[in-house]
Design a protein around this ligand. Structure first.
Ligand code: ARG
Length: 462
């Protein structure tokens, strides 16, 4: 038994599609997420068709009104989505026909699903870009709050995850503000580039109807119509740029997630995560696990995956539209959902976490963290070349290691056994507080510098 022909394009077909064909072809299962954008686009198109005299004003108005009825059905959750109508575009148009009758048949004048889907998807990605920008800004504010609370708290700074030099908590938090600011500006930049309207490119070559592309572009908040119709229907750069911006941002989230996992461990105890953003173990009663951080770290892989997947979809496609491009949406939908979730979860964790000032300070003072300060003292006070000072300091570290103590615990005699000219003023630079306070160079870790950066960002973000 054969099914009846497709009502939208079945004119030349004697039979309907096989069930397997329908299953592989249909996108309504996921592209219904663009219903609002589809109706927005169609309303702009219908209004333009009326204004340009391509269809009558009464048809234009009936279509515009009818689309609002369809929208309310979708919003109310009682829209009858049909797989045999393939995608959101044909589902909406068919429903419009049921609601308003004959005028619905004029909506698709001078338009194709190719420019329609390119327009809908662009609008959807643009919304997500705005959402990401807002989410990043909120997270920047959470980091800024943490930085303000502990601008001068001392903690170890790491390279190779080995104690390197003491830094301030505020400085570390502000490093993420810088990263997120770049993420935000990347999204803003991508938004500017994506904000051109494909609508009116029609199937690929434009149309013989006297359409007004400036009008539909403006109605949809685009800066201008895309200048080449072939490019307009086949371009998915906007989605790829969204995914690349999302990937870099997600990478930053994942790095902080990793720090949280390390910092919240019993061995570090740098931070305590709030109960609201931790979980317990079903067998080990003492456990408080940083699951949200771990899940952020893991989910990020899906965003990178989406980026690569869409690159793969696009890389071999000749101009213009190919059905391969229907595979663009699920990747972006999934990436966007997970980016927004990761931003929100990170925001919650950062806002709620408590830094354990004492653990931070104890850790900052261990591991010979002020060895560089000692070397700098030798350069400054004794006029030693830095290379030599580095060597002398290395010998002092070896002595301290042998004694099982830290650098400030060495006696002056022990120091002088390595270099006779060392005087007691060296002890001034061995304390972690003095160490961080001395790093006043622009962008350095001194609380004074950090406070300056906090003030700068507060002004930008307010
Ligand atoms: N559902 C399709 C997509 O997502 C819409 C465009 C269909 N165009 C076509 N020529 N078959 O790409």
């Amino acid at each position: 038994m054969t099914k009846s022909q497709n009502q939208m394009w079945g004119g030349r077909f004697a039979a309907g599609p096989d069930a397997i064909m329908e299953a592989i072809n249909a996108s309504i299962g996921f592209d219904q997420r663009m219903a609002v954008q589809d109706i927005q686009g169609s309303r702009a198109h219908a209004a333009m068709l009326g204004a340009a005299g391509i269809i009558s004003d009464s048809d234009s108005e009936a279509i515009g009104e009818g689309l609002l009825t369809v929208l309310s059905e979708i919003e109310a959750g009682n829209f009858p989505f049909r797989v045999d109508l393939e995608d959101i575009h044909m589902n909406v148009e068919q429903r419009l026909k049921e609601v308003i009758g004959a005028p619905a048949g004029r909506l698709h004048t001078g338009r194709s699903r190719n420019d329609q889907v390119a327009t809908d998807f662009r609008l959807w990605v643009r919304d997500q870009t705005d959402g990401a920008i807002a989410g990043i800004e909120a997270l920047m504010k959470a980091f800024l709050q943490q930085a303000k609370a502990g601008a001068d708290w001392v903690m170890p700074g790491f390279t190779h995850l080995q104690t390197a030099q003491p830094v301030t908590w505020g400085h570390h938090m502000m490093a993420y503000v810088e990263m997120l600011a770049r993420d935000k500006s990347r999204f803003e930049d991508a938004r500017r580039r994506m904000n051109e309207s494909p609508l009116g490119a029609a199937a690929l070559a434009g149309t013989s109807f006297p359409i007004d592309r400036e009008m539909t572009a403006a109605a949809l908040g685009f800066d201008r119509p895309a200048a080449n119709s072939l490019d307009a229907v086949s371009d998915r750069d906007f989605a790829l740029e969204y995914l690349s911006c999302a990937s870099i941002c997600a990478m930053h989230l994942s790095r902080f997630a990793e720090e949280l996992v390390i910092w919240s461990s019993a061995q570090f105890r740098f931070v305590t995560l709030s109960d609201r953003f931790s979980t317990g173990s079903s067998i080990m009663p003492q456990k408080k696990n940083p699951d949200a951080a771990e899940l952020i770290r893991a989910k990020i892989g899906r965003i990178f995956g989406a980026n690569v997947a869409l690159m793969m979809v696009m890389k071999g496609l000749p101009l213009t539209y190919s059905k391969d491009m229907q595979e663009d949406k699920e990747q972006v939908f999934d990436a966007a959902d997970n980016l927004m979730l990761a931003l929100a979860a990170m925001n919650g964790m950062v806002a709620d976490m408590t830094a354990n000032q004492d653990s931070l300070k104890t850790a900052a003072a261990s591991g010979f963290s002020t060895a560089t300060d000692l070397a700098d003292w030798l350069v400054r006070t004794l006029g030693m070349p830095f290379r030599e000072a580095h060597h002398v300091t290395g010998s002092l570290v070896a002595v301290a290691e042998e004694q099982g103590c830290d650098l400030p615990d060495l006696t002056l005699e022990q120091m002088q056994s390595v270099h006779s000219k060392i005087s007691s003023s060296v002890f001034d630079v061995l304390g972690v507080e003095n160490s961080v306070a001395s790093r006043l160079s622009y962008g350095g870790t001194a609380p004074e510098q950090v406070r300056r950066q906090i003030a700068r960002w507060e002004a930008i973000l307010s």
